[in-house]
Ligand binder design. Structure first.
Ligand code: UD2
Ligand code: MN
Length: 377
């Protein structure tokens, strides 16, 4: 064979490989194949969502949808898929029942993640943020348009008078959670004046109010000033309680101490009920996160974390807020954690809802807490 023929054969082989590569890429794209044909019907699926029930929280479980999970060919979505075990993508055709169009489960690995993120440090109005996030529904609800999310997540933000931080967080969070293909809702639990701030109790309230509205599988408790810097930090429902904000710029991206549980954390419904939620007794700054870590350990559960290069956040700079001064009682309270688990928590929650507002980016629930009621109960 002369040199010229060899080159021709080589070129043919090269062309053949390249064609195969592009064909493979085209057909393995997440939005090709059977999904295209259900694009229009997905709209129906969204219209079926009952917002008035969702917003009021009255008898609002989305029963048709929950029931239909049992129809899924692939099985019930698991709250326990961890990032390490994520591999396949699934392109099963949707199951069509009389009541609702069932979309196939989302891929195990969300296909559009970026890894490290350039974060926003400013934000306009809530309406501006909504306009940047296609598919975001009033009250801060989102579901992937083309697949059934594997995780139904309530994001709970304990809050008072930090609107600038809240807008920045929401502007960063919404696009990330959409890329993570979660079925989520954002609940901002706004503590009305007067009274000392009680972060842990606001998180118990957020959990309770979220569960009244939808069949969430877990809750993520989120400080308003922590901005995630990597979208592989998946806000999924964990098998074991997960401390998400392991590496924060304020602490030079290191754990300040091993057992730290403050900042951002995720826990599934069963475990949160098992430990009776957070304590309600921590008024003012500090201690409530350590009390929670201790509850988790007492019930034989384990705190897990993503790798430090993924669990990265920056904290928006702030000074201490009035109404949230250091709690001098925190050290004494931390000595009695194990004795309080069964009586101080979800089952001793007393509060009143002053206002519920479905804003374009989140559900704002204004609550009044009376310190005397809590100490009495
Ligand atoms: C640390 C913990 C935090 C919590 C706190 C002690 C980390 C990274 N963070 O945060 O989770 O345990 O210590 O209570 O470990 N907030 C308001 N308005 C207020 C006061 C507080 O919205 O007037 C909310 C807000 O979501 C804020 C969070 O409470 O991010 C924690 O308060 P902080 O940011 O003042 O406390 P910090 O940064 O020391
Ligand atoms: Mn902070």
């Amino acid at each position: 064979m002369d040199k010229c023929t060899k080159i021709k054969i080589f070129n043919c082989l090269l062309l053949f490989c390249a064609t195969n590569f592009f064909l493979y890429r085209y057909f393995s794209r997440p939005d090709t194949g059977p999904l295209i044909s259900v694009r229009n019907t997905t709209i129906k699926y969204f219209k079926g969502f009952n917002f008035s029930q969702y917003l009021t929280g009255i008898d609002s479980r989305h029963l048709t949808q929950v029931k239909n999970y049992s129809n899924l060919e692939i099985g019930t979505p698991s709250p326990s898929t961890d990032i390490a075990s994520l591999q396949n993508t699934s392109k099963t055709a949707p199951v069509i029942s009389n009541a609702t169009v069932m979309l196939p489960p989302c891929p195990l690995v969300p296909p559009r993640l970026n890894g490290p993120l350039a974060t926003y440090s400013q934000a306009g109005t809530y309406e501006d943020i909504r306009a940047e996030n296609e598919g975001l529904m009033p009250g801060g609800r989102y579901k992937p348009p083309d697949c059934t999310a594997r995780h139904r997540v309530a994001i709970v933000i304990p809050y008072r008078n930090r609107e600038e931080h809240l807008k920045i967080l929401l502007r960063n969070l919404h696009p990330m959670l959409a890329r993570q293909q979660l079925d989520y809702g954002i609940f901002v639990i706004d503590q009305a004046l007067p009274g000392k701030f009680n972060r842990a109790m606001l998180m118990n309230i957020g959990y309770t109010e979220a569960m009244k509205r939808y069949d969430y599988q877990c809750a993520i408790f989120h400080d308003v000033d922590l901005i995630p810097e990597n979208d592989r930090n998946i806000y999924s429902c964990p098998e074991m309680p997960r401390h998400l904000s392991a590496a924060i710029d304020k602490f030079n991206y290191r754990l300040p101490y091993d057992g730290i549980y403050g900042g951002v954390s995720a826990i599934n419904k069963e475990h949160f009920q098992l430990i009776n939620g957070f304590s309600n007794m921590f008024f003012g700054w500090g201690g409530e996160d350590d009390d929670m870590a201790s509850r988790i350990r007492h019930k034989g559960l384990k705190i897990t974390r993503y790798p430090m290069e993924i669990a990265r956040y920056r904290m928006i700079k702030h000074s201490k807020d009035s109404g949230n001064e250091q709690n001098p009682q925190r050290f004494a309270l931390l000595k009695t954690t194990s004795q309080r688990i069964e009586t101080d928590g979800l089952n001793s929650l007393v509060y009143s809802v002053e206002k519920v507002e479905a804003l374009p980016t989140h559900l704002r629930i204004v609550v009044l807490i009376n310190e005397k009621d809590i100490i009495k109960s």
